[in-house]
Ligand binder design. Structure first.
Ligand SMILES: [Mg+2]
Length: 451
């Protein structure tokens, strides 16, 4: 039995050599069959069946991230990850729909389970499973995921990095400069109304109320508007950041707070001169017409998308040019193939795709394969610049994974990584490392979509 390299390149050379010998008449057809059958293949793809779906939940990466492992009847397994912060239940409830299925039929299985995904974290289970199916299909056939998507447009993907906020612009500028020193070529900052809301005269809001809790009330319904003073203070904060880091590096801005559309426009206009790379999620993505009014009024790119499930809402935003940039999170938007479709659709409208991401290297690799295989992919988020053990969660890939603000896509089969079991076990957010989940074997609802 020949021994082959982990990345499969020597196995491919071996097979190619056999085919070459047969083609030259130096190897009989029956010998070629014997030659090929002596190759240690990971799997017989046509007979591959899903036998289990198990979970291990990693914490503080910096988010909580349920990793999933889909096992098969042939000893190979696929890795996926539920969206950061989402419940593992979103994946486990899909197990009964997957048992006995061939994981290589990625798109068919995605269409079978996609009715169980939804807005924001609700999409996390379907997307995590989809990643694991691609990993399995790649391992079964011995090719990297990006190749199954049609091949790559680039070998490495540009990353943008987040930086935890500080109310002190000096301190914050220092943190951003450290990112630049590490080679990052694109930055994102938080610029929320919380920077100014404790200063009297900065925010008009219903008196007697505490500021509305984030995430529960849509921006238009809070009754909160920034004053000229509040806007000037926020713009001044950005001015001091730009003084420190210069005007050249793209600087995206996020988490403005639940302020009304008019405040978004007034703030956006005050920020124009600092060239934001994009203004992110100023209002909820569903408000297409309102989003368009911000995009048309402000001469800086407006972006949204991290909570959108599936392609159709992105198509509406692109068709109407309600945003300048779409910003899907692959772990919500529908997984690897759906996100490539989203990018390809947006390209037809001249809209670039930035990619939102906050998770472990498992989901990161899913993003990376999609990003290199999608022509209009602009930049991919990296949220773990301050998590020193992040890369050590996985093996089988060239390190460092993040190198001077870029990530090189690996050529190994599937996602191209293996789990480093010991490190994962050191960072579990709850007990249990891929324990059996028989309680999910028979979960049922009436799955038919059309009556
Ligand atoms: Mg965001």
């Amino acid at each position: 039995m020949p021994r082959f390299s982990k990345d499969g390149s020597s196995r491919r050379s071996f097979l190619k050599a056999g085919a070459g010998l047969a083609g030259a008449g130096l190897l009989a057809e029956k010998d070629l069959v014997a030659y090929q059958s002596s190759v240690r293949t990971a799997s017989k793809p046509s007979d591959l069946k899903i036998t289990d779906l198990r979970v291990a939940v990693v914490g503080r990466a910096p988010m909580t991230a349920p990793l999933i492992r889909i096992d098969t009847n042939q000893g190979i397994y696929g890795l996926g990850e539920v969206r950061d912060g989402a419940s593992k239940t979103f994946a486990l409830m899909l197990k009964s729909r997957l048992l006995g299925e061939n994981p290589c039929q990625v798109d068919r299985l995605f269409r079978k389970i996609k009715q169980f995904g939804g807005h924001a974290r609700q999409g996390g289970g379907v997307c995590g499973v989809e990643m694991a199916l691609w990993d399995l299909a790649g391992k079964a056939y011995g090719v990297p995921v990006y190749q199954m998507l049609g091949g790559k447009f680039r070998d490495a993907m540009r990353l943008y990095t987040d930086t935890d906020e500080s109310h002190d612009p000096k301190e914050y500028a220092q943190r951003l400069k450290e990112r630049l020193d590490r080679g990052f070529t694109w930055l994102k900052m938080d610029l929320g109304m919380d920077l100014v809301q404790n200063t009297p005269g900065t925010v008009t809001h219903p008196l007697g109320d505490a500021f509305s809790p984030r995430g529960l009330v849509k921006h238009m319904f809070t009754g909160m508007e920034l004053t000229d003073k509040g806007i000037a203070m926020m713009a001044d904060y950005v001015a001091r950041i730009r003084e420190a880091i210069g005007m050249e590096v793209p600087l995206s801005m996020d988490h403005f707070g639940h302020i009304g559309v008019n405040s978004c426009i007034r703030l956006g206009k005050a920020l124009e001169k600092y060239n934001p790379a994009w203004l992110e999620d100023m209002i909820p993505w569903q408000e297409t017409e309102l989003m368009k009014s911000i995009t048309q009024a402000v001469d800086a790119p407006v972006a949204t998308g991290e909570d959108i499930y599936l392609k159709e809402p992105f198509a509406e935003l692109c068709r109407t040019h309600a945003v300048d940039i779409i910003h899907p999170d692959l772990a919500t938007s529908g997984g690897i193939l759906e996100t490539k479709k989203i990018g390809d659709m947006a390209q037809e409208y001249g809209v670039p795709m930035a990619m939102h991401f906050a998770g472990t290297p498992i989901s990161f690799l899913a993003n990376l394969h999609c990003a290199v295989a999608t022509e209009n992919a602009l930049v991919l988020e990296f949220h773990s610049a301050d998590v020193p053990w992040w890369e050590s969660l996985v093996n089988g890939i060239e390190k460092p994974i993040i190198n001077k603000g870029f990530a090189r896509v690996p050529d190994g089969p599937g996602l191209g990584i293996t789990l480093h079991e010991e490190v994962v076990k050191q960072h579990l957010a709850e007990p249990g490392y891929f324990e059996p989940t028989p309680e999910w074997d028979k979960e049922r609802s009436w799955d038919r979509l059309w009556s």
